[in-house]
Design a protein around this ligand. Structure first.
Ligand code: HEC
Ligand code: HEC
Ligand code: HEC
Ligand code: HEC
Ligand code: HEC
Length: 444
């Protein structure tokens, strides 16, 4: 029995290592043009791409730190995750992967790995080896013929009309990911696929590439050009208003010392997948409700428990430590972990899906995730979440008008992790998604 499961284990590990080395080293850098070259003619598109995360997918601070300080050293000493040495790069700097430049030099060395997800990556992708794509399962054909979204194009280079480029499955080749333990650690495509948007034919491209007037190349204008913005959670304007927030109460006049019931409704009417999605392991979306009296004193109102399985992960608690695996990877003796919920006040509702490492601790290391199906309390596409509050009006509040403010915040990384790894503040400071308020009349 033991023998059999051992062989299955070895076989699965072998399969994973195959997957993680599928096309590594088949090409040379000179097989791929630099984005700058494409930009000589496709100027507008180049400008848009350059300021998107696609152009920074290898160079931006958190990617640099997570790969070079955590994932790579971990891959070099622990065989189970050895595949991520090339795996991370296959999505974050596909050309470096395809040319076998693994591990690449760090971004400050300014090698071609810095080009990230460049024009040539996407416009060389011809299809996928998987039925439902994930884990960089794209196939490429670099060369003078570019994969394009339209038929009969007259260009100085060849253009092959590709329906794959226009499909969400194209995005799925990089946006869905399974860990070496077989856990789905990115599933934006799969979330979208089972959403109403997929049935309505609203693609990833329709929400992340804007269609409008544009200068396609040189002097060629088009009224419905695909703009290469790719705005996501790194852009406050994309997050702002992504979820609607409303707050209600039956009684607006309340006596000090009495209890008042509040109800907050959150509707995800704009995001075509869960929010948060993508790097779910490290995203924080949370709701804070505060009462502010006429003298400006603030009182935090904790959320009422619902009692579902795993709910403790969804209510902030400053006593709980997590992310112990980072201590193991960084060889820090006696590392007890970091605050799971960063600087949140106790009792805020967090919309998250916790990722657990093989020791059962919550982790931001998606490649070291053994399990993440315990609870999923994110907000699904077109889903409404209702949160209840029972607030006992405190004796020390100033009577008169009291504002009840419900704010929904988002941060890319828990602040405790961001500070510990010395990331730029922009990586972990809270961004406001939405906010609403009502006024109560407090009687003494
Ligand atoms: C010398 C100028 C020039 C350069 C350099 C150039 N292109 Fe083009 N490209 C064009 C022109 C002109 C068209 C045709 C535009 C049209 O009629 O829609 C075109 C069309 C395309 C299309 C198809 C557009 C469509 O509407 O279907 C794609 C995709 C494309 N180019 C990608 C690239 C990529 C990627 C690079 C860099 C490797 C690149 N191009 C470099 C001039 C150029
Ligand atoms: C109906 C519009 C819509 C569709 C369809 C859609 N998205 Fe999004 N997406 C959004 C909005 C709005 C946000 C910003 C809010 C957020 O971060 O969740 C977003 C955010 C993202 C993010 C950042 C998520 C995070 O938490 O870091 C990624 C990555 C993403 N989308 C990829 C995709 C992919 C891939 C698809 C197709 C499988 C897709 N999107 C389909 C609207 C959409
Ligand atoms: C993440 C993948 C990705 C990257 C990176 C990317 N593109 Fe595209 N590009 C697409 C997709 C997808 C479309 C087609 C969208 C559609 O029609 O729905 C497209 C369309 C185009 C078109 C045709 C526009 C039109 O509406 O006719 C041109 C030209 C183009 N890309 C050039 C470039 C250039 C130049 C770069 C680099 C500066 C670049 N692309 C980077 C995915 C990408
Ligand atoms: C070759 C791999 C690859 C393909 C194909 C790809 N992406 Fe991405 N995408 C990435 C990587 C890597 C990042 C992460 C960049 C970072 O933050 O390091 C990313 C980030 C994003 C983001 C988040 C940006 C933000 O501001 O947070 C959005 C939105 C997105 N991609 C949309 C798309 C859509 C839509 C498609 C399909 C048209 C697509 N991607 C195809 C690799 C890819
Ligand atoms: C299957 C493709 C894929 C693989 C493999 C992959 N990533 Fe990513 N990674 C992405 C995409 C797509 C995003 C963007 C998701 C989002 O915006 O939420 C991303 C986001 C990130 C981010 C978050 C960027 C930010 O600013 O929030 C970091 C850091 C990161 N990846 C590092 C890594 C490391 C390290 C590895 C290897 C252990 C790795 N990735 C493996 C596709 C991949």
């Amino acid at each position: 029995m033991f023998k059999r499961s051992f062989f299955i284990f070895v076989f699965l590990t072998f399969l994973f290592s195959l997957l993680f080395s599928a096309q590594m080293g088949k090409y040379k850098y000179k097989d791929f043009d630099r984005a700058k070259r494409c930009g000589m003619c496709h100027r507008e598109i180049y400008q848009e791409w350059k300021s998107s995360m696609m152009a920074k997918s290898f160079t931006h601070a958190w990617d640099d730190v997570e790969y070079f300080k955590l994932a790579l050293p971990h891959a070099l000493k622990f065989s189970k995750v050895a595949g991520v040495k090339g795996g991370c790069i296959a999505c974050h700097s596909p050309i470096a992967f395809l040319t076998g430049d693994i591990p690449p030099k760090s971004p400050d060395k300014k090698t071609r790995a810095n080009e990230g997800v460049s024009c040539e990556v996407c416009h060389s992708i011809t299809g996928t080896t998987e039925k439902v794509p994930y884990n960089f399962s794209f196939t490429v054909k670099p060369g003078d013929i570019k994969q394009g979204p339209r038929k009969n194009i007259d260009a100085p280079h060849g253009v092959y009309y590709s329906t794959f480029l226009r499909s969400p499955e194209f995005c799925a080749t990089c946006h869905d990911e399974a860990s070496p333990y077989g856990a789905w650690v990115k599933s934006t495509y799969r979330e979208w696929k089972s959403s109403p948007y997929a049935k309505e034919g609203v693609r990833c491209q329709d929400c992340h590439m804007y269609y409008g007037p544009g200068n396609v190349a040189g002097g060629k204008f088009r009224k419905d050009m695909a703009h290469h913005v790719f705005h996501g959670a790194h852009f406050r304007n994309k997050l702002a208003g992504a979820v609607d927030v409303a707050i209600y109460t039956k009684r607006k006049r309340v006596q000090v010392g009495r209890k008042v019931k509040l109800r907050v409704e959150l509707f995800n009417g704009k995001v075509g997948h869960y929010i948060p999605s993508g790097s779910t392991e490290e995203r924080m979306l949370w709701l804070e409700v505060w009462a502010i009296d006429s003298k400006g004193h603030k009182f935090f109102i904790p959320v009422s428990k619902k009692g579902f399985k795993g709910e403790d992960y969804t209510i902030s608690n400053s006593k709980i430590l997590s992310y112990q695996a980072m201590g193991k990877i960084l060889n820090i003796k006696g590392f007890k972990g970091l605050k799971r919920d960063g600087d949140l006040p106790d009792g805020a509702r967090i919309f998250r899906k916790p990722f657990l490492d093989p020791d059962g601790n919550m982790t931001v290391c998606q490649w070291y995730t053994a399990k993440n199906t315990l609870v999923d309390y994110r907000i699904g596409p077109r889903e409404t979440k209702i949160e209840n509050y029972l607030w006992k009006v405190p004796e020390n509040i100033a009577p008169g008008k009291v504002k009840i403010v419900a704010s929904l915040y988002y941060s890319l990384v828990p602040s405790s992790v961001g500070k510990f790894l010395k990331l730029p503040k922009s990586e972990y400071e809270p961004m406001l998604v939405n906010k609403t308020e009502i006024t109560l009349n407090i009687l003494k």
